[in-house]
Design a binder for this molecule. Sequence first.
Ligand SMILES: Cc1ncc(C[n+]2csc(CCOP(=O)(O)OP(=O)(O)O)c2C)c(N)n1
Ligand code: SF4
Ligand SMILES: [Mg+2]
Length: 342
Amino acid sequence: MATPLKVNRIGLEPQIYKGSKTTLCAGCGHNAISERIIDAFYEMGVDPRQVIKLSGIGCSSKSPAYFLGGSHGFNAVHGRMPSVGTGAMLANKKLIAIGVSGDGDTGAIGIGQFVHLMRRNLPIIYIIEDNGCYGLTKGQFSPTADLGSTLKNGVVNDLPPIDTCVMAIELGATFVARSFSGDKKQLSALLKAALSHRGTAMLDVLSPCVTFNDHEGSTKSYSYVKDHEEPLSDVSFVPFFEDITIEHEEGTTREVALHDGSRIVLRKLDRDYDPTDKGGALQVLHETADRGEYATGLLYIDSSKRDFCSLLNLVDEPLAMLPLERTRPPKSVLDELMEKQR
Ligand SMILES: Cc1ncc(C[n+]2csc(CCOP(=O)(O)OP(=O)(O)O)c2C)c(N)n1
Ligand code: SF4
Ligand SMILES: [Mg+2]
């Protein structure tokens, strides 16, 4: 008898969630992130046909080709993915948007678009695959490269970095997290929580470039990040469709309810961390950065703010599906308007 196929809660096999074979270097952090995205969408039972994948330009921006092969996709111009994503979501707010960018794509040429995406709270998961360099163009420093870190050839970076998480929190993003491509458990929980959030979920994922930025002197190498990662709490995720009761000691965990009824459970490590305290989140980010460390986990969340589509009072039906007669006012409306101007 044939073994029954493994399927998720909407009856789809894991294979459906895969994409083409990666052309990125073996060991590149971006490949591990694609794997986590595949697992998260499969385990959450998201229909890939409802998803739009968006990206800019860079090795990171190539990666949407390597997951969710049956989803819609748009590989935008360098740094311009946020405006394409905004257009797509306003045209069809029923889509689930996932954008993949790089630290160069976001922090350099795309910084203007990033800023406005974060303040609008568009419903989108926005991932920065952060390797501190322009991998695709052979490893030059990017704006997230740390002061004093070095290139492979010994050149020292004498500019201060941009912290995209600090920026996102300041600008009004409602879900801000930092993780590491090598931290399977934390990244999986954060991706699933991002899928349950309504609004912009910004994840800066440290993702080492094994070819150009994995040497001694780099602060984005596997060994540096492993040694300097400071998780704020132990992150678990409980989806709305699994009514799991997590056993925990009073006072040692914090639960955050997400809009679809799922919960993100944060177990205390060596400090009490409140991800709803904006000032506290910024302080921790500044303090850890001063020590050359990376605070990881769910940094900040505000699930009360309206997302961009509801802020614009869009009709229930996606604009892209409306028939012509509902999008084009008849001549009588125009005549009436003209009459009022007289
Ligand atoms: C308008 C424009 N300017 C510059 C480039 C060259 N370019 C291609 S990718 C890239 C940076 C990619 O860095 P990042 O976003 O960090 O991605 P990574 O390759 O590191 O994943 C640059 C500058 C381009 N393709 N288009
Ligand atoms: S050059 Fe770097 S970022 Fe690009 S695929 Fe290779 S390891 Fe990844
Ligand atoms: Mg990069």
